[in-house]
Ligand binder design. Structure first.
Ligand code: UDX
Length: 435
């Protein structure tokens, strides 16, 4: 099929390349010329597993092309995917200005039947709104259908998820659109959920919201574990054996981050309020996460009473390992809180230092974890990067001024800690040690 993907951001780029692998001709339209040049030259614009190879392969077979020419993209294609940003507004509403902009720009070029598909995460009712916009822009009714087709891609595993995901959700209100979408996704052999557009739009939000609820719930239970002497990992393991619960997304820690969960949970809370519904559980989930992500600062204050002037080493900045993404990462909130308390901060992350330097210019950036630990009064593990699992605790103890460890992702082995003779160790629901 001839496909146009508008927006070569995270979702758009993965969508364009993965469709191009399945014998489609894809034109990806991007207005950022720097990005465009990189992609045309086969240089990935984001860090993602397998992206480098996939990009080079699709370019070499001419199954994808990158252009700034929207008219060319629209006129050459039967299906148009909208994959532009839908950021959160200050009041938690979703800002769909970029989607609206795209609709206005493509309207003049829709002179024969096209399928307009939203990939961006958009509030419920957007499909209906796009239809009315296209009509308002004098696009003939028989020349378009609008479909909601949300994505469920995890960063770092996005290409795998596109090819082998658990579900494809398609929200249509026309038989013709449904047939085309079925044909497009047929080669992926993934279970399709065919429904109306409103349901499809709400599935996306509900999915991210439910996963966030699971995490916040486990985080609250973890906090209780520390009070009563229970072990959250064993609890998660036992719960996971129950097929009705599933073992995934039960890992306790210092909260969820990233580009989706924080934004989408708040958006769903706001969206429901806009419809006079009140999602109490989801509101609590958001609140729990906001407290959980700065829990290490509370622990430090309890330990030291006064943390002013202390040196704290932050290990890991990204919102999860194997990505360079720091959006909504717990580390950012912890650093902010520590700075308010006049703490001196050293950070180390195997992937990120450049972007965060603009946000926090006055903290110390280190090239390896031991350099980061040297002279510090505490370490906070914010991201479970694989190299932190093997940290030499004897060496850490020797290097640190005071070996107070806050293991925000529960990655250290309790037995090794007991042997290492450190000053204090705090986990998220696996018990604490104070020597
Ligand atoms: C998520 C969804 O998984 C994906 O389907 C959607 O399309 C986009 O949002 P992503 O943001 O890449 O993907 O990250 P994910 O791996 O889901 O983790 C999100 C956050 O939850 C991370 O901060 C992670 O540390 C945290 N998390 C995850 C936990 O704290 N505990 C868990 O058990 C799982």
């Amino acid at each position: 099929m001839n496909i146009c993907v508008i927006g070569a951001g995270y979702v758009g780029l993965i969508t364009a390349l993965c469709f191009s692998k399945k014998e489609n001709k894809v034109i990806c339209v991007e207005k950022n010329l720097e990005k465009l040049n990189m992609l045309r030259n086969g240089t990935p614009t984001i860090f993602e597993n397998g992206l480098n190879e996939l990009l080079k392969e699709s370019l070499s077979t001419n199954s994808v092309q990158f252009t700034e020419n929207l008219e060319f993209g629209i006129r050459s294609s039967d299906i148009i995917f909208i994959a532009v940003g839908t950021p959160a507004k200050e009041n938690w509403d979703v800002d769909i200005a970029q989607v609206e902009g795209v609709i206005n720009q493509i309207s003049p070029y829709i002179e024969k039947y096209k399928l307009v598909v939203t990939k961006s995460t958009v509030p419920v009712g957007t499909q209906r709104y796009i239809k009315s916009k296209l009509l308002e822009n004098n696009v003939e009714r028989e020349n378009f259908d609008v479909v909601s087709n949300p994505e469920f891609l995890r960063e770092g595993k996005a290409i795998y998820d596109f090819f082998y995901g658990d579900k494809i959700v398609i929200g249509c209100d026309s038989g013709k659109a449904e047939e085309t979408m079925k044909k497009l996704y047929e080669p992926f052999k993934i279970k399709m959920v065919l429904t109306n557009p409103e349901t499809a739009e709400l599935i996306k939000y509900t999915s991210n919201a439910l996963l966030s609820v699971k995490i916040s719930f486990m985080n609250e239970i973890a906090n209780l574990c520390n009070e009563v002497g229970a072990d959250i990992d064993v609890i998660a393991y036992a719960l996971g054996l129950d097929k009705r619960i599933s073992p995934l997304f039960l890992r306790a820690g210092i909260g969820y981050g990233g580009s989706c969960f924080p934004k989408d949970t708040k958006a769903l809370v706001k969206m429901s309020e806009n419809h006079n519904c009140n999602l109490e559980i989801l509101k609590a989930t958001v609140n729990v996460n906001e407290k959980q992500r700065v829990l290490p600062v509370k622990i430090l204050k309890e330990y030291y009473k006064n943390i002013e002037g202390k040196i704290v080493a932050i290990l890991g900045l990204t919102f999860k390992p194997d990505t360079d993404d720091i959006r909504e990462a717990s580390s950012l909130y912890i650093i902010e809180e520590l700075l308010k308390n006049k703490v001196n901060i050293k950070v180390y992350d195997p992937m990120v230092t450049k972007e965060i330097k603009n946000i926090f210019p006055d903290i110390t950036y280190c090239d390896d974890m031991y350099e980061c630990l040297a002279g510090s009064d505490a370490m906070i593990i914010c991201t479970e990067w694989s190299e932190f699992y093997n940290i030499d605790l004897f060496k850490a103890g020797e290097l640190m001024a005071q070996s107070v460890i806050i293991d925000g992702r529960n990655i250290l082995d309790m037995k090794n800690i007991k042997d290492a003779n450190i000053n204090a160790y705090y986990s998220i629901g696996k018990g604490n040690i104070k020597n």
